[in-house]
Design a protein around this ligand. Structure first.
Ligand code: BG6
Length: 466
């Protein structure tokens, strides 16, 4: 492939605190909503008791092993690493007046280590977790007070790391709250549409307040939103299917519309009215929402189809959304349909809609890897997946889309979000730990490690087209 990627394009990987760090109560950390989901975001919510165990309590022990892991990322040539800050390390219950110094110090060490290797941090403020204290005592994002707690947290970390971190994201896959309200906004599953949208509104206001704070505190910084890029195609060309698809794509684009444009889109006003949902939106909220993001980031794993037939739409579950299988596409072992061209389509769609730079902050293949007797892991399927998606990123850039970078999901094996599995591996680096928590946590380079290293070194020239 010809060299489509510019010098300043950021290459790397993405991880999230609750899926890698472990050390779930170390150095004063409080319990997060993720700590109550030992079986993943689709599993039950479990109150924690002293002495109990969950796979994420240790995860891959990144909290203690980050220097070794960052050295491996540097060896691959990473110029960027997306991480998240565990809010509960900084404000353990969420409502403290003063931050927890030990938690702040950990991320100082982490960012310093990245700087040693010239790796640019891209930091998510909230990746699928919030202090459980805020859920228990205030009702999560259902409470307007949470906007203030989050803003205090955001300002604290902006102030603290303003010389170390210039690239930020607000909420991971903010649109997922519609599908998993506990993970997204700290509300029970059985919450009504009105309650969920009100909580989402508070979160959107908090996201905009963080954007405003970032611009004040780090004038040379940039902050983006983060969407689950749930690309949906109509299953047929029947207008009813096309309309249903437009409506479902708007379910998630709505979040981007508010975050990129600064106000609620008209189709949403109609939708909420027809659902009988009357949101409490103050004048101050409207003012805050006007602070829009500098760039749009998103995850992309798969696409799906929609029909006007609701029963059929429920047939398939994607990473979060319900989708109808596309007869033209193959699936991963977890049933996620693989669609590299969808990434080009999505990049063009978001560029056409927002005209803001885009950042692919998650993409990758979760698969079962086989550790051979000689210690090698020959993950050609992962190489194929990533190669084909990166080729399409190059195509989109040729189309004129401005893409800031690409951080593949889980450059090192980690605990999966959906079911808290370790056997669902995404990494270039293998971690010796299984679903039961057995293993030495030793790291090993997979075949894809050298492959990605060469892709980065050649700035995409080594990618192969079909
Ligand atoms: C995204 C999340 O939805 O998908 C990540 O932002 C998650 O946290 C990733 O890990 C892959 O999903 P899973 O369930 O395979 O881990």
């Amino acid at each position: 492939m010809k060299n489509a990627f510019p010098q300043e394009f950021l290459w790397g990987g993405a991880i999230a605190a609750n899926q890698v760090e472990g050390a779930y109560l170390t150095d004063g950390k409080g319990l997060s909503t993720s700590d109550l989901q030992p079986h993943g975001i689709f599993g039950e919510i479990v109150e924690r008791h002293e002495g109990d165990h969950g796979i994420k309590d240790v995860a891959i022990d990144f909290y203690h092993r980050y220097p070794e892991d960052i050295a491996l990322f540097a060896e691959m040539g990473f110029t960027c690493l997306r991480v998240s800050i565990a809010w509960t390390r900084i404000f353990p219950q969420g409502d403290e007046a003063e931050p927890n110094e030990a938690g702040l110090a950990f991320y100082d060490r982490l960012f310093d280590e990245l700087a040693t290797h010239n790796i640019t941090p891209l930091v998510t403020l909230s990746h699928y977790e919030m202090p459980y204290g805020l859920v228990k005592n205030y009702g999560g994002w259902g409470s307007r007070k949470t906007i203030g707690f989050f803003t205090r947290y955001a300002r604290t970390v902006f102030e603290r790391y303003r010389h170390k971190v210039k690239l930020w994201l607000t909420f991971n896959e903010i649109n997922m709250a519609l599908h998993e309200p506990f993970t997204g906004v700290g509300l029970p599953k059985e919450s009504s549409k009105g309650e969920i949208y009100q909580a989402i509104h508070h979160q959107l206001v908090a996201s905009a307040a963080a954007v405003k704070a970032l611009h004040e505190i780090i004038p040379d910084g940039r902050i983006g939103n983060m969407l689950l890029g749930g690309l949906l195609y109509p299953l047929s060309c029947a207008p009813a299917d096309v309309l249903a698809t437009q409506r479902q794509n708007r379910d998630w684009l709505f979040f981007g519309d508010v975050q990129a444009r600064g106000y609620y889109p008209s189709y949403m006003t109609r939708y909420l009215r027809e659902q009988g949902v009357a949101l409490e939106i103050t004048e101050e909220d409207r003012e805050t929402l006007k602070s829009t993001v500098d760039f749009i980031s998103f995850s992309y794993y798969m696409s799906g189809c929609v029909t006007a037939d609701e029963a059929l739409n429920q047939q398939m579950r994607g990473n979060i959304l319900n989708m109808v299988p596309n007869p033209h596409l193959a699936s991963s072992e977890w049933g996620w349909q693989i669609d590299p061209e969808g990434l080009r389509i999505l990049l063009n769609m978001l560029w056409d809609r927002y005209q803001k730079p885009l950042f692919i902050v998650e993409n990758g293949l979760g698969a079962k890897d086989k550790l051979e007797a000689d210690g090698s892991i020959n993950d050609d399927y992962r190489i194929q997946y990533l190669n084909d998606h990166l080729v399409q990123v190059g195509e989109a850039m040729e189309d004129g889309v401005e893409v800031l970078g690409y951080t593949s999901w889980g450059p090192i094996d980690l605990v999966s979000a959906s079911k808290a599995e370790l056997s669902k591996r995404y990494g270039f680096i293998y971690v010796d730990r299984d679903d039961n928590g057995e293993g030495t946590l030793t790291r090993r380079r997979k075949k894809s490690f050298n492959w990605y290293q060469e892709v980065i070194r050649s700035r995409g020239a080594s990618l192969t087209r079909k």
